[in-house]
Design a protein around this ligand. Structure first.
Ligand code: XMP
Length: 310
């Protein structure tokens, strides 16, 4: 693929399809939605409104960081605080697919409101090929796949969806990112799922449980990211494990460390993390997050497991 040619073609297509209308971009800061946003900005400039929905499920400091990266590219990003709405919609839900559906509904409800406020006719999304393949194949419900599963966003939500990257796989998206001038940090960013940290929580998603897995994620990223894995993160299980504290039994949380190597996320292998790093991770997580009494490293490939936990 010629990444520069691809970018030029998509910019022209977006110009033609959108005409004089307005776009709203669902930016998450990941490489997919960042590339889309930059392509559309090159196509129609300020007729696109860029929104970052703070769903409360992002990594530490992420909303402001994304806003700053785009400010440096002269693109204004508005942060929409929808944390309460997302937590309310996820309350009491345990089943992984129900969680994904609740997330998707909250996502589209917030976006519909934003689209109506902005008079945009188009919603720009960073959907890529594996999202469609896996949703159609029944592996999981992606929050951003509607048309492909027979839900018409025009009828259901009142707007059209633009998905300029839907034929590409991750490595190609990264090539386009570099070609259009996104900073290296964004172009090479680890994938982060649409449902955010909710994809890494087994059992109910509450603000407290998200905070716990967020803290563990910071530690995992600090320690493992220098190994440059495809993806590395922490997962919070719903069960408790027995621990000892000051000579007494206590039931603490269980954190799983997951790090994988992959090309396009369709298959994955566990990273061969050096033992010393694993021990250091365990020590840091149990010390810095006292609620945690056990830490384990995940060894399962994809398949049979998926990368995320829901
Ligand atoms: P799984 O867990 O299915 O994940 O092996 C494959 C890749 O996709 C990411 N992922 C998502 N990305 N919305 C996204 O934008 C989602 O709902 C979603 N679920 C998983 C995951 O992080 C991995 O890179």
């Amino acid at each position: 693929m010629d990444a520069e040619k691809f970018a030029e073609e998509k910019i022209t297509e977006i110009k033609e399809e959108v005409g004089k209308d307005k776009i709203i971009s669902a930016l998450s800061g990941g490489v997919d939605s960042s590339v889309c946003t930059l392509l559309a900005h090159k196509a129609i400039g300020d007729r696109m409104k860029v929104i970052f929905i703070d769903d409360g499920l992002m990594r530490e400091g992420e909303p402001r960081e994304v806003q700053q990266i785009f400010a440096d590219l002269n693109i204004r990003v508005e942060i929409v605080d929808a944390r309460e709405e997302f937590f309310a919609s996820l309350q009491g839900i345990i089943d992984p697919e129900d969680k994904r559906k609740a997330f998707r509904n909250a996502f589209y409800t917030v976006f519909k409101r934003e689209v109506l406020n902005s008079e945009a006719k188009f919603l720009l999304q960073g959907t890529i090929a594996p999202d469609i393949i896996e949703t159609k194949g029944g592996v999981k419900t992606q929050h951003n796949i509607l048309e492909q599963i027979g839900i018409d966003p025009q009828k259901g939500y009142g707007y059209k969806v633009l998905e300029p990257l839907k034929e590409l796989f991750k490595p190609e998206v990264r090539e386009v990112a570099a070609a259009v001038g996104l900073p290296e940090g964004v172009a090479q960013r680890m994938p982060f799922p649409g449902p955010g940290l909710a994809a890494r929580i087994v059992g109910e998603v509450t603000p407290e449980r998200v905070e716990l897995v967020r803290k563990a994620t910071v530690i995992v990223e600090e320690e493992i990211v220098p190994l440059n894995p495809f993806q590395a993160f922490a997962v919070l299980l719903s069960d408790k494990g027995t621990g000892v504290e000051e000579g007494k039994r206590k039931f603490g949380d269980i954190i799983i460390i997951r790090s994988v190597e992959s090309r396009d996320a369709m298959t994955a292998e566990p990273t061969q993390v050096p033992w010393e790093i694993l021990l250091k991770l365990c020590k840091r997580i149990t010390t810095e997050i006292p609620e945690v009494s056990r830490v384990a490293y995940e060894l399962t490939s994809k398949p049979p497991a998926t990368i995320e936990y829901i």
